[in-house]
Design a protein around this ligand. Structure first.
Ligand code: PGA
Length: 273
């Protein structure tokens, strides 16, 4: 895992947005896996700005969201479809038919989940999956105990998650108890994963994910099995990492290398070997 630590949530979010934007520029017809929650909001705001002020083109991008609450219509302000329309899709030029969010009102959930998996494959698989993390270490709604090979399916929310999300619904009683979610296995099939975590409430979950054992009790720890994961953190989320100094050092070496590369390219001497 590549761990990138930023001093504050804003600069971490801008880094995440630039990471995504770079892919969109390099591969205009890319497939993005997207996440909801409070974490990616500033990242989406920056992507919208890059579109509106710098012409970042999303017209050929396809997206798949991680999850959706069971029972909520797309017009419900707490549905993830509504969240995505409000926070990103209506701010950029992505065609609505290119945006995919599981349908919380599907009649046959099993078939819907299988179809979602097929759609991801048919689109050529996810190039970059953006992820947040729960206080309990979940990715998407893969709560502790989820199989690390799981595919898109229905999950019952952990009590911790219901409590964490009550702030959006007004009360715990109003939080749906079930969600459709991509599985851990679905997420691991993405070509690259970008995990973004902000704030000290995520510090324990991040330490367990990056430095703990791989365990279904912390489903984000399965990312250790993936060959291309970038973790972008603010200082709060990084505060329980034991090897913080090493990650910072790796990044400064990486930056030096990038500087040498771009200087060489300018001088037309070709890339560094
Ligand atoms: P949050 O949720 O971004 O609202 O903290 C993250 C998650 O539960 O995956």
């Amino acid at each position: 895992m590549r761990v990138i630590i930023h001093p504050d949530p804003q600069s971490a979010s801008i880094r995440a947005a630039n990471w995504i934007a770079e892919l969109v520029r390099r591969k205009p017809a890319c497939v993005l896996g997207l996440a909801t929650g409070s974490t990616p909001i500033a990242t989406y705001r920056e992507l919208a700005r890059l579109h509106q002020e710098e012409g970042l083109d999303f017209s050929r991008v396809t997206t798949f969201n991680l999850d959706e609450y069971v029972g909520l219509p797309p017009t419900h302000p707490q549905s993830y479809r509504y969240f995505m329309d409000e926070n990103l899709f209506r701010e950029i030029d992505i065609p609505p038919q290119n945006t995919n969010v599981p349908d919380g009102r599907a009649l046959d959930f099993e078939r819907h989940c299988e179809a979602y998996e097929r759609q991801i494959k048919a689109a050529g698989n996810i190039d970059l999956q953006l992820l947040g993390i729960g206080v309990d270490g979940h990715i998407a709604f893969n709560e502790p105990g989820s199989s690390l090979g799981s595919r898109t399916r229905i999950k019952t929310l952990a009590w911790q998650t219901v409590q964490d999300n009550a702030r959006f619904f007004g009360s715990e009683a109003d939080v749906p108890r079930m969600a459709i979610t991509m599985g851990v296995g679905t997420i691991l099939d993405s070509r690259q994963c970008l995990l973004l975590a902000l704030g000290s409430s995520k510090a324990d979950a991040i330490a367990a994910t990056v430095e703990g054992p791989v365990t279904a009790q912390v489903t984000a720890s399965a990312l250790q099995l993936h060959r291309d994961v970038v973790v972008i953190l603010d200082e709060g989320a990084a505060s329980q990492l034991k090897r913080r100094e090493y990650y910072v050092n790796v990044e400064s070496v990486q930056r030096e290398l990038e500087n040498v590369r771009s200087a060489n390219q300018k001088n037309n001497q070709g890339p560094v070997g």
